[in-house]
Design a protein around this ligand. Structure first.
Ligand code: ADP
Length: 589
């Protein structure tokens, strides 16, 4: 039994190759069937030509079996066997073995089945046509020249010949069907298994991605809370201390704290983009505001390095465009920050221009940032927008960075339907360009504007004067004492009545009794969270009170979410004095 099992596994194993296995089944059947036929034919005393034909067929089959299994030449073997046997030997056997009255018809059928199963492509098609022609020719020959067909000596011979042919055909077809069914079942089983695994891993990936988002959101919250305290306290030192050395220390803490914050923001952004959750929020905006914001954000840093900052706006820019200005600003500020970081002397230039596509009402805005810095080696240019890629580390060792900035820029530009490019001459400078299609809301040309004259909001970063709103009553709700302390200090000179609560419940107690002008609420607090507190509070006397969400949950898209829930404003921690004052001004004055 074991011998048969071994043979079966070696030659009839569907795991090898379906065609190779079929080839073995068919040629094996042919060899065994042919040998039986040969023996029976010898016993019944067929004439020599027939015996030769059968013997040659068996030899061809055996040779084919040999070169296929030992030399790996399945295709050639299959083609030669089918062609030789069905086009040459079968006609000979037909003429010499009773023609119409013997079992040859079944062998013609087996030849064509054999062809369909083993050969593919054009050679299979040509062979089928030839087989049909030869079969028809044999029968026509038998019809036209019956006297040339060697008949059977007696009816028994005819019956034996027919019966053995029927049996060979039946067994061969049975085996083929059985085999195909096995293969089919096996494939289905494997497919089911693969599907199950796929669903499982999809589920696991989804869970992992959820866990990642959750982790990032928690991490963002957890890291921002202490930075909030560090930056808030630093701000107080900068405002209150007169000691030069202390001021210098505090300024350094401020720079490092902000750098840490921007790294966290980058990591959050890239993971948001990768999980497909980055949304583009389009709204109307003015180019001159964008240019002014970019300049204000980079001016101090450029000045500190003695770099000249030039801004050039094409007078033909449409006054109002529609797009995601926050994301555009993020890209440009990233370019500008890099330009400052990687330039030692010379200038940095921001140029905004573009072309109008009036038919589609689109402005193809081109934002370019040029510097006269160290430049980028040619071989690095292709990879500069990849994640975590930083170059020239020998020269840049002292320059901080994560290699995420430009990767985020490219992804953001692509999300907005734009493209980003870089040109650079090593040692001379670089030019970063982003082209973004923006919808034109107001096509009136911007004209020649001077950002400095237009500027009425220029303030020094650590200026000493403060926002004031005498008599307004404010409630700040946060469970972290340090946050409250920072907040109170930021509002210290505002001449408002500022009260505090350390939980949602305490806030509800206080707002039941007193009406406030504005309530700042932390999001995640033990007990009830900021959103529920706001909703409950609005059921009472404070139903018209303004509310601002004050949270370390700084994932992009949160602002819209909070506004949708009914808040009037949103401030990310660490709260910046300028952002807080701008918010108060908007809401209270
Ligand atoms: P980071 O600046 O945080 O390292 P970026 O993704 O912003 O990451 O930039 C990737 C790399 O591209 C930088 O490390 C630097 O080698 C190179 N690079 C970017 N901008 C400039 C520039 N203006 N001049 C020279 N090299 C630059």
């Amino acid at each position: 039994m074991n011998v048969f099992k071994n043979i079966f596994e070696k030659y009839v194993n569907p795991d090898r190759s379906i065609r190779a296995t079929l080839f073995n089944i068919i040629t094996g059947t042919g060899i065994i069937g042919g040998t039986v036929a040969f023996i029976i034919s010898c016993l019944v005393g067929l004439d020599k030509i027939q015996l030769w034909a059968i013997a040659i067929s068996i030899c061809i089959l055996y040779y084919g079996f040999y070169i296929a299994n030992w030399k790996g030449m399945y295709n050639q073997a299959a083609f030669c066997i089918v062609a030789l046997i069905t086009l040459i030997l079968f006609p000979v056997m037909f003429v010499t073995d009773g023609g119409l009255y013997g079992g040859m018809g079944y062998w013609f059928v087996l030849g064509i089945v054999f062809n369909y199963l083993l050969l593919e492509g054009i050679s299979a098609k040509i062979l089928v046509v030839l087989q049909i022609i030869v079969t028809l020719a044999c029968y026509l020959y038998g019809y036209l020249f019956p006297e040339r067909i060697v008949g059977f000596d007696c009816p028994e011979d005819m019956y034996i010949d027919t019966v053995q042919s029927v049996l060979v055909l039946a067994v061969a077809v049975g085996l083929i069907v059985e085999f195909q069914q096995r293969v089919y079942n096996r494939v289905i089983r494997k497919l089911d298994e693969a599907n199950r695994k796929l669903t499982e891993s999809e589920k696991r990936a989804e869970e992992a991605s959820m866990a990642k988002s959750e982790f990032l959101s928690t991490m963002s919250h957890e890291i921002r809370t202490p930075i909030n305290a560090v930056l808030g306290m630093t701000d107080m030192i900068l405002r209150e201390s007169n000691e030069k050395k202390i001021l210098q220390y505090a300024a350094d803490i401020d720079i490092s704290g902000n750098a840490l914050l921007s790294i966290i923001n980058d990591v959050l952004d890239i993971s948001k983009i990768e999980s497909g959750n980055m949304e583009i929020n389009n709204a109307n905006y003015e180019i001159k505001d964008l240019a002014r914001d970019c300049r204000n954000l980079i001016k101090d840093r450029a000045e500190k390095k003695g770099l000249n900052l030039k801004i050039e706006l094409d007078p033909d820019i449409p006054s109002v465009l529609n797009g995601d200005v926050a994301r555009i600003r993020q890209i440009v500020v990233n370019f500008l920050t890099n330009a400052v970081k990687y330039t030692q002397k010379g200038y940095i230039e921001l140029k905004i221009s573009g072309v109008r596509d009036l038919e589609r009402n689109i402005y193809k805005m081109r934002l370019e940032v040029k510097d006269t810095g160290m430049g980028i080696k040619e071989e690095a240019l292709n990879e500069i927008f990849e994640k975590f890629r930083r170059f020239d580390l020998d020269r840049n060792r002292t320059i901080e960075g994560t290699g995420l900035g430009l990767a985020i820029c490219r992804q953001l530009a692509e999300l907005m339907g734009g493209i980003i490019t870089v040109d650079s001459v090593y040692g001379e400078g670089s030019l970063f360009t982003v082209i973004l299609p923006q919808v034109i809301t107001d096509g009136t040309p911007l004209g020649n504007i001077n950002l400095d004259i237009d500027e009425n909001e220029i303030r020094s970063k650590y200026r000493k004067e403060t926002f004031k709103a005498p008599g307004k009553s404010i409630l700040v709700v946060d469970d972290v004492e340090m946050n409250i302390k920072v907040f109170l200090n930021l509002l210290k000179d505002s001449e408002m009545y500022v009260e505090t609560a350390s939980s949602g419940y305490q806030c509800l107690e206080m707002t039941e009794k007193k009406k406030y002008d504005l309530v700042f609420l932390d999001h995640m607090m033990p007990g009830i969270d900021g959103i529920t507190t706001m909703e409950k509070m609005k059921e009472g006397i404070n139903k018209d009170t303004l509310t601002v969400m004050l949270t370390a949950n700084a994932l992009s898209g949160m602002e819209e979410e909070y506004l949708k829930r009914g808040f009037d404003g949103y401030l990310a921690k660490p709260v910046k004095r300028t952002a807080l004052e701008k918010m108060l001004k908007n809401l209270l004055l």
